[in-house]
Design a protein around this ligand. Structure first.
Ligand code: SF4
Length: 683
């Protein structure tokens, strides 16, 4: 018999925020290979080990293929009809008892733009609340807040192509070689060919090993360091005075503040030698085309938004953003669609396209399209949802694609919140730590089975296309939201994902030029894209900043210490982050047979600390904070700074997030994953 034909499906990687374009080859409904797309706008024929090989999870025997409902305390298989009936009854009961604000939903980067759009529409239209948030709360919410305050829009200022043309790169709190491998490889090429590199990272990893200057501040002292760099820019006449005069606001206030941050004092606050602060400032200050690229080492702090703003100050002082020369301020988004989840309005204070729920113009536009009044009181953020559940004020919590019990900080308290909530609904691929605690579990679709779009780290909408049929009774988040709405007797419209993006384009002027048909025809398109006949804006602020007066805003925010500092009882600082072979909670990469490259989590610590605390390489060690403890295998490495330990959060079994603190960014509630005071005990 002849073999079935090979099918080629062009789609977008569902792992990190680089958004590599991939070609998935299937035969008879099974993947035979995943190839990087030679024409991919970011990856250009490259992909990393995750995108190419971490797809075996779709056929894992652990995959959920039927709904589950809790009966007599146990999760048991059920029909979709029974599961939906249970969800609908729970939602009605929650609203009857506590009103619409007794219901909350957590959406995520695992969902497409169209799914995120539909979730937030469901919450606002069918329930009548703004209690909808997404996983950016845990990573780049400070970027959205900080970049909006500094420049006017919630995305990075430039395309990655712009960044590649820089002659000096200020890379802060990011390890793209592991967390964004294709970007890491492209940046490494540029550095090896002469682009000057200033790396700011407590650890000596990845690109930092190739830096002209490597600054290793104490975790939690970013704002002081950025002010030290800004101080030198001003003191040495490296600021662009004409740009500041024409296009910036806030210089007198910032100048006054920066007087308190001379390099000698910054050295005391941050641990970075004063001479290195000066050298780094001169490199950035004298470059023709400087670019800033940063990651979660800037945002996941008690003062993460201040960190973003203090970093943006440097680009403004140099006139190295928008109308000026240079390539701006660019966050590396960790997850495939974390930018898009926020763009689509899965936020408690923003509608699709970032119109505020308190803005009558934005709500009037949404109300006209949706046909019902939009609630105008900002909803709960994710940590507030958990607090409300623990306080008995939440009757139903719907969680889509997030394993909050594994990935959110102070995980013991998160589990308490779920246990206290009368109805927890979870849409998942596997029986995650969160799903185990749910009352209803709906079997979800993976990125290889979905139709829609993602937005990557440099604001490009790209098409996601299904390469595989859905297993068993699993359904897309798009279908599940429609089904729950129908069970409540609500018709959400937007029958297809293409319909949803078309409707979103009517609600949000910045997406008005986008459609599936156009993306199919033209390929990736960046936002803002208000006109179907014009390209999107890959580089922002070419004519003016998007602030009310068109000027970039300098921020005079003082340095304040992190939520926890090492002391006698807890003398070390724990920093968490990513490893190259795995992705987030590891639910997909750990279940992939062809990816057994990194089988367990490790606690990295400096050899001198290992001697001090009697810890041996390769042996188990207990890491303990004021919040909890976890057991990991010690790895002695000089990548770790003295006085600091590092581990990932890819292995829920090690329960690292029972250790991390509940401190969070003052502005946005983003957790301070990067600073927890801990101590070590050999097992
Ligand atoms: Fe590209 Fe990131 Fe996917 Fe790797 S994980 S293939 S770098 S999008």
């Amino acid at each position: 018999a002849s073999r079935p034909d090979l099918t080629r499906t062009r789609t977008t990687c569902g792992y990190c925020g680089v958004g590599c374009s991939l070609e998935v080859l299937t035969r008879d409904g099974e993947i035979t290979a995943v190839l990087p797309d030679l024409d991919g706008p970011v990856n250009r024929g490259h992909a990393c080990v995750k995108g190419r090989f971490a797809h075996g999870f779709v056929r894992s025997p652990e995959r959920l293929t039927r709904p589950l409902v809790r009966r007599d305390g146990r999760l048991e298989p059920a029909s979709w009809a029974e599961a939906l009936d249970r969800v609908a009854r729970g939602l009605r009961a929650a609203v009857a008892e506590g009103g619409p604000d007794a219901v909350a939903a957590i959406s995520s980067a695992r969902a497409t733009n169209e799914e995120n759009y539909l979730v937030q529409k469901f919450m606002r239209v069918a329930i009548g609340t703004n209690n909808v948030d997404n996983c950016s709360r845990l990573c780049h919410a400070p970027s959205a807040a900080g970049l909006t305050a500094s420049f006017g829009l919630a995305g990075g200022t430039d395309s990655f192509d712009d960044v590649e043309r820089a002659d000096c790169l200020l890379l802060v709190g990011a390890n793209p070689v592991e967390a964004h491998p294709v970007v890491g490889a492209r940046l490494l090429q540029r550095v090896l060919r002469g682009t000057r590199l200033i790396a700011v990272d407590p650890r000596a990893v990845g690109l930092a090993r190739h830096a002209d200057v490597h600054l290793r501040p104490h975790p939690g002292t970013n704002v002081a360091l950025f002010h030290g760099l800004a101080h030198v820019l001003l003191a040495e006449g490296l600021a662009d005075e004409e740009f500041l005069r024409l296009h910036a606001a806030g210089l007198p206030e910032l100048t006054g503040l920066l007087a308190e941050y001379p390099p000698d004092r910054v050295a005391v606050l941050t641990g970075v030698p004063a001479a290195d602060v000066v050298e780094a400032a001169r490199l950035y200050g004298r470059a023709e085309r400087p670019a800033i690229v940063y990651g979660l080492g800037v945002t996941e702090h008690l003062h993460g938004t201040d960190g973003v703003r203090a970093l943006a100050n440097l680009a403004i002082l140099r006139g190295a953003v928008g109308i000026g020369r240079g390539y701006g301020v660019n966050p590396l988004r960790g997850q495939n669609n974390v930018q898009g989840a926020s763009d689509m309005g899965a936020l408690p204070d923003s509608l699709p396209g970032y119109g505020k729920v308190t803005d009558p113009v934005a709500t009037a536009r949404a109300t006209e399209v949706w046909g019902v009044p939009v609630p105008t009181r900002p909803g709960l953020r994710i940590p507030e949802m958990f607090a409300a559940a623990r306080a008995g004020r939440l009757g139903a919590l719907w969680i889509i694609g997030e394993d909050v019990c594994a990935t959110d900080p102070d995980a013991t308290r998160v589990a308490e919140a779920l246990d206290a909530c009368p109805l927890v609904v979870c849409q998942e691929l596997f029986l995650s730590e969160t799903a185990r605690r749910a009352d209803v579990v709906l079997p979800a679709a993976s990125w290889l089975e979905k139709d829609g779009t993602f937005v990557n780290f440099d604001r490009r909408f790209q098409r996601v296309r299904p390469a595989l049929p859905l297993p068993g009774e699993a359904g897309t988040d798009f279908a599940a939201v429609h089904a729950v709405a129908a069970a409540l007797g609500v018709d959400l419209g937007c029958v297809t994902p293409a319909d949803a993006l078309a409707e979103c384009a009517r609600v949000a002027p910045m997406f008005a030029g986008l459609s599936h048909a156009r993306l199919d025809r033209e390929g990736a398109i960046p936002w803002p894209c208000p006109d179907p006949d014009r390209p999107g804006e890959a580089t922002l602020y070419r004519e003016r900043f998007a602030t009310p007066d068109g000027r970039a805003r300098l921020a005079a925010v003082p340095y304040l210490p992190p939520g926890e500092s090492p002391d006698e009882d807890y003398p070390l600082v724990l920093v968490t982050g990513r490893r190259w072979a795995h992705y987030n909670s590891g639910s997909m990469t750990r279940r992939t047979d062809n990816l057994r490259l990194d089988a367990e989590d490790r606690l990295d610590l400096h050899p001198s600390d290992a001697v001090r605390y009697a810890v041996r390489d390769g042996e188990p060690v207990v890491v303990e904070s004021r919040h909890g403890q976890a057991t990991l295998t010690a790895r002695l490495t000089d990548e770790a700074a003295q006085g600091q330990v590092f581990c990932s959060f890819h292995f829920p079994s090690s329960q690292v997030n029972t250790v991390t603190s509940g401190h969070s960014d003052i502005e946005t509630s983003c957790p301070e994953y990067k600073v927890t005071a801990v101590r070590l005990k050999p097992l």
